[in-house]
Design a protein around this ligand. Structure first.
Ligand code: PLP
Length: 410
């Protein structure tokens, strides 16, 4: 490939990720499954080890040094995340187990406020996490679920979005970036439109959070949900960011320790945010690891990262277009990070298997978006997804492996 790596020192970046120097069956690992989960830099691994080695204790309750230190680190992590997404207040950041739990918290809260005649809007692009939650909340409450169509390119039909919006729309939910197609939605525009009819807005940020800066105040939405593990942090931790005035008035999610104010045998009142929505002992190490990931990521040049990722995608797309028998699924003009495709005459699972034999890790299957796959009339795709540490040489390895797959499967 020509053009070099420009302003980003990708080799130095890669050196911070121990797993990237692994070999698979003697072949260098080419990790292109970043939309499923990203790898972890040493800074995050160290934060987890440091916590368990030096400061492990429960938070918010101890009368001892370790508990104070654990609480300090845990709450500092919250502050890091709040700054990272430009939350107005740190209490607006609620720790969850991931995007899925964050969306479930919103659906649980709103589900109790919905009734027949109300409408909820999602898009054809949804991951199951942002579809099944709303589908079930609507079933329970009698509200109607409207699904905004996309064009064949994978771009959202904004005119249809306009047509489906009404005063009955209580909530609009959409992905920042589609995990299956890579489409980047015009989230600020969609939020503005939804707000004009008085609807709440939830952005599924699982894929958006690691691709450029997210400023929740600038977007203007009510909720933004994301996972630590797709942002170079640990699994089992994520965030629900929500506007304080909404989070502190909506019905609570789980009840138990940490989240209460006063309790008698027959009554209980709820504590203030963020504890109000964080019942029980939290994932302390996970939160600290996620804070470390955010601190690590924030120190990088966001524009250089974005430019590098766009270069990888453009280079891969160019090769895909020239590849005889390859069909790209998702060709929206505004895309990031994802190349979903099919090889003529080959099942994606077989393609994935042959690539794996050559050290190339991709995702195959329905991408947790079965209705979207049906929309395209396909059972699933092969999906290569890129992150900041991938190289143009790895894109070459992907296509060299695909040539082999084609020879073997055609
Ligand atoms: N939404 C989107 C767009 C995703 O890509 C994913 C994960 O792949 C999720 C939601 C769910 O995230 P998690 O499994 O981390 O809860």
């Amino acid at each position: 490939p020509n053009g070099g790596e420009m302003s980003l020192d990708v080799a130095a970046l890669r050196a911070q990720f121990p797993i990237l120097s692994k070999t698979v069956d003697g072949k260098p690992l080419v990790y292109l499954d970043n939309a499923a989960t990203t790898q972890k830099p040493q800074a995050v691994i160290d934060a987890l080890v440091d916590f368990y080695t030096g400061t492990n204790a429960n938070v918010h309750r101890g009368a001892h040094h370790l508990s104070d230190e654990a609480t300090r680190r845990y709450e500092n992590a919250r502050t890091s995340v709040a700054k990272f997404i430009n939350a107005k207040a740190r209490e607006e950041v609620i720790w969850t187990s991931g995007t899925t739990e964050a969306i479930n918290i919103v659906a649980n809260g709103l589900g109790q406020l919905l009734s027949e005649g109300d409408e909820v809007m999602v898009t054809e692009l949804e991951h199951h996490a942002n579809l099944v939650t709303w589908q079930q909340a609507c079933r329970r409450s009698g509200a109607t679920l409207n699904v905004v169509p996309i064009f064949d390119s994978g771009e959202l039909d904004v005119d249809a979005f306009d047509r489906l919006l009404s005063e009955n729309t209580k909530l609009v939910a959409f992905p920042h970036v589609s995990n299956a197609l890579g489409t980047v939605n015009p989230i600020k525009l969609l939020t503005e439109k939804a707000k004009a009819v008085g609807a709440w807005v939830l952005v599924d940020g699982a894929q958006g959070i690691a691709h450029g800066g997210v400023d929740v105040q600038d977007i203007g939405c009510d909720f933004y949900a994301f996972s630590g593990h797709k942002l170079f942090g640990p699994t089992g931790i994520g965030c629900l960011w929500g506007k304080k005035e909404v989070l502190e008035t909506w019905p609570v999610w789980q009840v138990g320790g940490e989240m209460i104010k006063d309790v008698t045998y027959h009554e209980a009142t709820w504590g203030a945010l963020p504890n109000r929505l964080e019942a029980g002992t939290p994932n302390i190490a996970g939160a600290i690891g996620m804070g470390a990931a955010v601190d690590w990521f924030s120190a990088l040049d966001v524009n250089a990262l974005h430019e590098h990722e766009q270069k990888l995608l453009a280079y891969a797309t160019e090769q895909a277009e020239a590849f005889d028998g390859m069909r790209i699924i998702g060709t929206a003009p505004n895309k990031v990070g994802v190349l979903s495709f099919l090889l003529e005459g080959a099942h994606p699972a077989d393609v994935g298997f042959i690539l794996d034999r050559q050290g190339v890790a991709i995702r195959t299957g329905d991408n947790c978006a079965q209705p979207l796959m049906k929309r395209f009339g396909i059972p699933g795709t092969a999906r290569a997804s890129f992150s900041i540490y991938n190289t143009l040489e790895e894109v070459d390895s992907l296509f060299a492996a695909l040539k082999k797959a084609k020879m073997m499967l055609a």
